[in-house]
Design a protein around this ligand. Structure first.
Ligand SMILES: C[S@@+](CC[C@H](N)C(=O)[O-])C[C@H]1O[C@@H](n2cnc3c(N)ncnc32)[C@H](O)[C@@H]1O
Length: 190
């Protein structure tokens, strides 16, 4: 009985610690661990025209859902960069269990220090503040023609090439055009 209680106690403690780390590490890096809804991901990938064989990077892979949808439903090669180790281990398990090792990778990495030049499409779900900080790195490392998807927040100094107002999805083509959402909307209106 005592051993059983100890095991239950140990499992509960481990579960609590992992849950805490799942939330705290992303928060430490300035982002919530909130994932994008699957239908919003599909809509975003369709809007950016992700094609089979193209390489998609998810900056901050979270639970890996963007990677799995990109690989399984769009035939893309997907690479996730994630700074939180619990999330990395979780995504790695999903890749292993799904037999997706050929098409999906997850790397324990900080996207500010990553070389993103292999990406055809980049996905990011972050705050406006984070996008403003990240913009110079994206401008420097993304190759011309890369489509950059941002969920919910826009890059204030760049003009999107596509915008879905219903789901708040912004798509930019690199190198970015100087402007804003406003310049895009004015052009679209007239
Ligand atoms: C809002 S979640 C988005 C998860 C996933 N992309 C989605 O849309 O469902 C943001 C993720 O970015 C990760 N993150 C934050 N800063 C990061 C950084 N500098 N490098 C890599 N990952 C980072 C967090 O740990 C978190 O898992």
């Amino acid at each position: 009985m005592n051993v059983l209680m100890l095991v239950v106690y140990g499992i509960s403690l481990a579960y609590f610690a992992l849950t805490l780390l799942w939330v705290l590490i992303p928060a430490f890096y300035g982002l919530p661990s909130k994932p994008t809804q699957p239908d919003r991901i599909r809509k975003a990938l369709r809007l950016a025209g992700l094609k089979p064989g193209e390489v998609l990077y998810d900056l901050g892979a979270g639970d890996g859902r963007v990677l799995l949808i990109a690989a399984k439903e769009f035939g893309a090669k997907a690479v996730g960069l994630e700074v939180a180790p619990v999330q990395v281990a979780f995504v790695w398990l999903r890749i292993l269990l799904g037999g997706l090792g050929e098409r999906v990778q997850v790397r324990w990495a900080n996207y500010y220090r990553a070389d993103l030049s292999q990406a055809d499409v980049v996905f990011i779900y972050a705050t406006l503040r984070e996008l403003m900080k990240l913009a110079p790195h994206l401008e420097k490392t993304l190759k011309a023609g890369t489509r950059l998807i941002s969920i919910a927040a826009d890059f204030p100094e760049w003009e999107p090439s596509l915008f879905d107002e219903e789901s708040l999805i912004f798509v930019y083509e690199m190198p970015p055009r100087q402007g804003s959402l406003m310049t895009y909307l004015l052009k679209r209106a007239g």
